[in-house]
Design a protein around this ligand. Sequence first.
Ligand SMILES: NC(=O)c1ccc[n+]([C@@H]2O[C@H](COP(=O)([O-])OP(=O)(O)OC[C@H]3O[C@@H](n4cnc5c(N)ncnc54)[C@H](OP(=O)(O)O)[C@@H]3O)[C@@H](O)[C@H]2O)c1
Length: 328
Amino acid sequence: MKAFVLRSYGSPDYLELTDVDEPVPGDDEVLVRVGATSVNPYDWHQMRGQPYVARLMPGGMGLRGPKLSILGCDLAGRVEAAGQNVTGFGPGDEVFALLPQGCFAEYVSVPQSLLAYKPKNLSYEQAAAVPMAAITAMLSLRDAARLQPGQTVLVNGASGGVGTFAVQIARALGANVTAVCSAPNAGLVRSLGAAEVIDYTTTDFTRHEQRYDLLLDIAGSRRVRAARRALKSEGTFVAVGGPAGRWLQPAGHMFAALALAPLVSQRVVMTDTVRCTHKKENLVTLTELIEDGKVTPVIGRSYPFGDIPDAIRHQEQGHARGKIVVTV
Ligand SMILES: NC(=O)c1ccc[n+]([C@@H]2O[C@H](COP(=O)([O-])OP(=O)(O)OC[C@H]3O[C@@H](n4cnc5c(N)ncnc54)[C@H](OP(=O)(O)O)[C@@H]3O)[C@@H](O)[C@H]2O)c1
């Protein structure tokens, strides 16, 4: 089968489209033919081995070279074959999943514990937009923030992959949403349910008079100390992402948030989607919201499989509108 293989850290040019053996599913695994995948900041961090500090973290990236040879963690596709212990999935089933790696390929072997049925009303492209970004939004709002109906939420970085899901999920949970994004995306985030929009190119949300119950900090564009001025004294700050950097960021931004936590009245927490142990359950919950029409993936750009390096180049610029998907 064809796959993009990463043999050493570097730019998107280091992704080599080549023939590799088709994976053979184990007893508890399902072989899925990939219909579509999508690109996340996680992919280029793994591709470049950046930030460098992540190479020193336990369970993180390889020190000198990549641990993952085939990147891509979002999957939507069709089941081709199932291992002998697999129950509930068989050839022809349409599925989606959030995997640690392997989706920039024509086939991938998936543990059944990670696999969920694709929402019936979504194409493969739309479904592939969901796993990483929407699970991150769900974990941040429902679990980390414990968002309650009627609360006010400021979403900083509302027009990207995570942000477009976060606005919709916050609305579905009954919150009142203010979105921070640039002016060209104001109409988009309003259409997703944001009641107010702050244009970050003209207005500093930390200087706004409004105070919120929750700040969902996806962009990490302001220092945590300044950003928490936008919160009520009993509010919650959820650190999701931060500015990109070679050495420390976005990890430094997340650490700064956690270091501040014991010193302030607000609750400061962070989201870690990669280590989430109930990804499949979250996909099932998201499927209900999607099939009920409460959440719809926003696709900003779509690339053919052979152009995955270009898709990642676009992602690296940090101004994606909704999700960047890839048809396989
Ligand atoms: N903690 C976790 O488990 C987890 C999981 C997934 C992702 N993340 C992190 O979350 C972050 C976002 O991921 P993503 O997939 O949503 O990225 P993305 O799709 O690339 O979105 C980036 C968005 O950030 C916006 N943005 C850029 N500068 C901004 C600023 N100064 N103020 C407000 N918004 C700004 C851009 O809007 P404009 O085009 O208008 O500039 C764009 O819409 C990344 O740092 C990623 O690593 C963390």
